[in-house]
Design a protein around this ligand. Structure first.
Ligand code: CMP
Length: 142
């Protein structure tokens, strides 16, 4: 069987970094079969947060989302594995922690719809764009 490796962009959000849960998130990602192949802790500027979430700019929660994502450092990560985009979304659980399945990151660690501990790309196309937003090609050599 040919196993196709895929990459996806993950963010450990401010609610999780503030509670010192970066390692807990990584442990759950690794237990789910994904590998962290690049990782950086960064305090997003307002301009960076606005640009990253530009797709949501007309949504009522956009301003609050930008304020939240710049409130504390985040950890941006590239995850790799078979079917990584879909697998990461399964490991994260539903956007709202109240609706997330037991055993998922958001069910275990998430606090609210906004403070839901992790972000993950929603498609392979967006994964490519989101990875390029945070990481240079030379940081991602095989
Ligand atoms: P994320 O996957 O990072 O993408 C956008 C984020 O907006 C989402 O996770 C949620 O944390 C946040 N958010 C806040 N309010 C809402 C909402 N009403 N619907 C969807 N996402 C929301």
């Amino acid at each position: 069987m040919i196993v196709t490796k895929q990459r996806t962009l993950s963010i450990v959000k401010p609610d999780a970094t503030k509670r010192n849960l970066t390692g807990s998130v990584v442990a759950m990602l690794e237990a789910g079969g994904l590998s962290v192949v690049a990782q950086r802790r960064v305090r997003l500027s307002e301009a960076q947060a606005r640009a990253f979430y530009a797709v949501h700019k007309d949504r009522p929660f956009y301003e609050a989302l930008v304020a939240f994502m710049t409130s504390e450092p985040v950890v941006v990560q590239v995850l790799e594995g078979e079917d990584a985009v879909k697998k990461n979304r399964e490991i994260m659980g539903a956007t709202d922690p109240k609706e997330a399945d037991e055993g998922t990151i958001r069910a275990a660690l998430g606090m609210s719809l906004e403070a839901n501990s992790v972000h993950g790309s929603d498609s392979p196309e967006n994964a490519e764009k989101e990875i390029a937003f945070f990481f240079a090609g030379c940081e991602l050599l095989d």
